[in-house]
Design a protein around this ligand. Structure first.
Ligand code: SF4
Length: 406
């Protein structure tokens, strides 16, 4: 059972948040189950995107721009956009499925100023050559991409995957693969799948008019399985990798007991994992970054941190434990004294939950807020604005049907 007092509540807020979520297109070259976006308007103009960048710089204080979509690598002016963001003194990061990535394109992106990638790979994306392959088998694709990015050098790489009830048990396989590639992969993110169903839900718009829920890409006719939660993902990782411990969190916008974001960072070498950073180190990293750069931090540009990660042992009992295991490891294998020491983050995101009263429990201080018509909107629910003019309220069908007439 997780206790919030054991984790650092990330200090991010609406106007001081390290992440700016910039959507460049709603076109994609594959179709992932659980995708929040559908094709409606196509590519945005570069002028509009530059305006959105400046809007974020004015109102968000970001440390990085998550360039998302749709699929941003098929956006024709992606190099110009990356260069424009880099000119603002922040990190451009591309969130991609990697299908359109080639070594030559990678080189151009780096030259334009790209800082890194968040690479979405999982077994529910309908990739033609990877059909019927499980998560473990998808590690081969992750490896191909990780090798390509490492060969270019100077770019960080994070893999994210959506977690479905039928892939939950395979999370350790992905973590194990990540650990074996700790020199190439700076982080892993697991996002728990959520959907509303037309079988169980009725939705109304801000004028209390019923809307056609099936128009949203993130609804389906029925779903009778258990939604995986963030704490369950945390537990399965910790059960298989006792050295793993989260250090920071974001709670829910409605429920006091939700864990919407759980963030941890494991410490290890290519040969052994030693432990994790604790809440004090997470706090120190956030506050220190803000003091130094005036912004909070979401991504480290390099995972190779060296011995300095143990400097926090005096204040942080979790990292103290990691240092102890490291010392024992070096005593047993003196040749490992000079092995590189890396950190690798593990993020767990529990997507919005529909509550019985029709509200959605979102991520408190949502880091993935985007812009719609001059306003910040949670990117996971943007299509409700695009289709119905605002967030919809969901009610369980039975409740709505038995509500008394006013
Ligand atoms: S509320 Fe924000 S951070 Fe949470 S899933 Fe939605 S867009 Fe992502």
């Amino acid at each position: 059972m997780l206790e919030k007092r054991d984790y650092y509540r990330l200090p991010w807020s609406m106007n001081d948040n390290p992440i700016a979520w910039l959507e460049v297109t709603d076109i994609c070259n594959i179709h992932c189950e659980g995708c929040y976006r559908q094709y409606m308007t196509g590519h945005k103009s570069l002028e509009q995107l530059k305006e959105e960048v400046l809007f974020f710089m004015k109102w968000r204080n970001p440390d990085n721009f998550s360039i998302a979509g749709g699929e941003p690598l098929i956006y024709p002016q992606i190099l110009d956009l990356v260069a424009f963001i880099a000119q603002q003194g922040v990190k451009p990061v591309i969130l991609t499925n990697g299908v359109a990535l080639t070594p030559e394109f990678l080189h151009e992106l780096k030259k334009a100023g790209l800082a890194g990638f968040t690479m979405h790979v999982d077994s529910h994306q309908g990739r033609p050559e990877w059909k019927n392959k499980n998560e473990k088998e998808h590690n081969e694709l992750r490896q191909q991409i990780a090798d390509m990015v490492a060969a270019e050098g100077g770019l960080f790489l994070i893999f994210n995957s959506t977690v479905y009830p039928d892939t939950f048990h395979e999370i350790p396989e992905v973590v194990r693969w990540g650990q074996a590639n700790i020199d190439k992969v700076q982080g892993l993110v697991f996002i728990t799948y959520r959907t509303a169903t037309t079988e169980d839900n009725i939705a109304t718009d801000t004028n209390d008019q019923e809307v056609d829920l099936s128009k949203l890409s993130y609804t389906r006719e029925s779903f009778h399985e258990h939604f995986v939660t963030g704490p369950e993902v945390h537990d399965i990782i910790q059960k298989n990798f006792p050295e793993y411990e989260a250090s920071g969190y974001l709670g829910g916008s409605v429920r006091h007991d939700s864990y919407k974001w759980l963030i941890g960072a494991m410490v290890g070498s290519k040969k052994q994992m030693y432990g994790s950073v604790g809440k004090k180190t997470m706090e120190f990293a956030q506050i220190g970054h803000h003091l130094q750069k005036g912004r909070y931090m979401a991504y480290m540009t390099s995972g190779k941190i060296g011995q300095k990660v143990f400097w926090m042992s005096h204040w942080d009992k979790t990292i103290r434990q990691a240092r102890k295991i490291r010392r024992m490891d070096v005593l047993r294998h003196p040749g490992r004294l000079f092995d590189g020491i890396y950190v690798q983050s593990i993020g767990i995101i529990q997507a919005p939950d529909i509550l019985p009263d029709g509200r959605a429990d979102m991520c408190d201080s949502c880091p993935d807020i985007t812009i719609y018509e001059g306003k910040f909107v949670n990117s996971c629910r943007l299509d409700e604005y695009r289709l119905f003019g605002g967030f919809v309220s969901m009610l369980e069908k039975e409740k709505k049907e038995t509500e008394p007439e006013p």
